[in-house]
Design a binder for this molecule. Structure first.
Ligand code: ADP
Ligand code: MG
Length: 485
């Protein structure tokens, strides 16, 4: 059994919304800003391909991705087979090769970076699979486009959660280590250190990564200057522009920047863009290039999906205890997704009462506790993390090879309808950059079975059945088939 730390998960139930993110709840729902961006003029569709390159043996070729490009205007783009082809500065190449230990660009990097870095720096809407390396695309984009001699904010990246903002900032700092470019995180402060924007000094960092509420407050308080803004990035962009996400704040920030900065390039990145968001993006993002993947091709080949029929709630707990926790460090790290804060606390309590120590993250925890729990998990001090959808998107920990859906994700407004995007993001926490992984969906009763069927139909992929929830051999077989044992 791995050495695991325990933390108590508060049981207070509050109004929940996607990602269980409370403090960044979208603000003024009432009066959405009036926008005047033009219609998109999409032209020729041509599928880009890159030279086949060799990858580390253990990786399962995230390159086998089918991404279609739609470019506007007549700027020709080639795709890069090496980082040198991208004409990156020596300082950035050093960061990529020596600090990140990357050898060559992934497919989305090879295709999107020439689009981002070639004048006239068109806007870009880019979709690519979970774990395929999208962060590098926009981080290199920001680091390349910022003028190191201009000591003012020139790039903003907006993320849905503080965890993702912090993670992206860490990647940026590693990649940009030799560039001298400065960066700052704009996320809600620890309760103990809170200081209003009016009392804070102005932001001098050249790149700011944060959550929408904090960034918006910084701009309104005139502490985050947007006059020199060159590039604005939305990570998990479909959620950032969704009605039940951060649409109002995102549009407000975009509009404020575009009113002041002549041409600020806008980049939208996500693994998912449903039709509603796509239509909206087409209306609000001016003259943009786009990269898209069909939804049927979004599931990761390297991650095996299973379903397990469980007669009752106790059997779900027992599956986790006997089939997962008992294997301990023979497995990599595991994330168990639950739907509500309440489920997070009850599952946490059940496992602790059975003598297992697990950690739990959810939106009701204090900021500093959230940061601590994520850090312990990233440092490998904890093996099993229970999470609400707070970590469903973007969270990158290469050692996570097992995801358990203790409860399937459903739409907030209709619990009989699966949240397909969240499902895809949850399972994408395993199998990072082509690594092997497995997902167990624990189903209890007809409603869960119906949800699972809908998910299978939506992605046109069959989920394998684990024959018996209480049979150790069945689980071992499944883990072996997924390449984990
Ligand atoms: P996503 O597309 O889901 O945002 P990330 O940007 O988080 O994916 O990248 C997933 C993982 O792949 C990260 O751990 C990252 O370090 C790794 N990665 C990204 N690009 C490369 C590359 N070119 N070579 C090797 N590893 C890479
Ligand atoms: Mg990402």
């Amino acid at each position: 059994m791995a050495e695991l730390k325990s933390n108590s998960a508060p049981s207070a139930e509050r109004k929940l919304h996607w990602a269980d993110e409370a403090e960044e709840e979208a603000t003024s729902k009432s009066a959405p800003p009036k926008l005047s961006w033009g219609e998109v003029a999409a032209s020729s569709v041509d599928a880009l391909s890159i030279c086949e390159t060799e990858f580390n043996g253990f990786l399962d070729e995230p390159e086998a991705l089918n991404i279609n490009a739609v470019t506007t205007g007549d700027t020709p783009y080639t795709s890069a087979s090496t980082f040198e082809d991208l004409k990156l500065t020596p300082a950035l190449l050093k960061g990529l090769y020596t600090d990140l230990k990357f050898q060559h660009p992934s497919k989305i990097q090879a295709i999107s970076l020439p689009m981002i870095l070639t004048p006239p720096y068109k806007n870009l809407v880019a979709q690519a699979h979970n774990g395929s390396g999208k962060t590098t695309c926009f981080v290199l984009g920001m680091l390349s486009r910022v003028d190191p001699n201009l000591k003012a904010p020139q790039a903003i990246c907006i993320c849905p959660t503080r965890e993702l903002a912090i993670q992206n900032l860490e990647v940026l700092r590693k990649m940009g280590k030799h560039t001298g470019i400065t960066s700052e995180c704009a996320v809600p402060m620890d309760s103990t250190k809170y200081m209003s924007f009016a009392k804070r000094p102005p932001v001098t960092a050249q790149i700011v990564i944060g959550t929408p509420g904090t960034i918006k407050k910084g701009i309104s308080a005139k502490k985050l200057s947007i006059g020199s803004m060159k590039i604005l990035v939305f990570d998990e962009a479909d959620h950032m522009l969704a009605e039940d996400g951060f649409k109002d704040d995102s549009l407000r920030i975009m509009k404020d920047i575009q009113r002041i900065s002549d041409h600020c390039q806008v980049l939208l990145f996500s693994a998912t863009f449903n039709q509603i968001v796509k239509n909206f993006v087409a209306r609000v993002i001016n003259d943009h290039n786009q990269l898209f993947v069909k939804k049927e091709e979004l599931s990761l080949e390297s991650v095996k999906q299973y379903k397990v029929d469980c007669p009752d709630e106790l059997s779900k707990v027992m599956v986790i205890k006997d089939r997962i926790l008992e294997l301990g460090e023979n497995l990599g790290q595991t994330i168990i997704f639950v739907r509500t804060r309440h489920s997070a606390s009850t599952l946490h309590k059940s496992l602790v009462e059975l003598g297992y120590e697990v950690t739990t993250i959810q939106g009701a925890l204090k900021q500093e506790d959230r940061d601590k729990i994520v850090k312990e998990f990233k440092d490998g001090l904890t093996q099993v993390l229970i999470s609400t959808d707070l970590l469903a998107r973007g969270f990158d920990q290469q050692q996570v090879n097992l995801v358990i859906n203790y409860e399937l994700p459903v739409k907030h407004e209709n619990h009989s309808e699966p949240d397909y995007e969240v499902y895809l993001h949850r399972i994408g926490r395993a199998g990072r950059f082509g690594r092997k992984g497995a997902v167990f969906n624990l189903l209890m009763g007809g409603r869960d079975e119906m949800l699972m069927e809908k998910i299978e139909r939506h992605f046109n992929s069959q989920t394998a059945q684990v024959a018996a929830w209480n049979n150790a051999e069945d689980f071992k077989g499944a883990l072996k088939a997924a390449g984990l044992l």
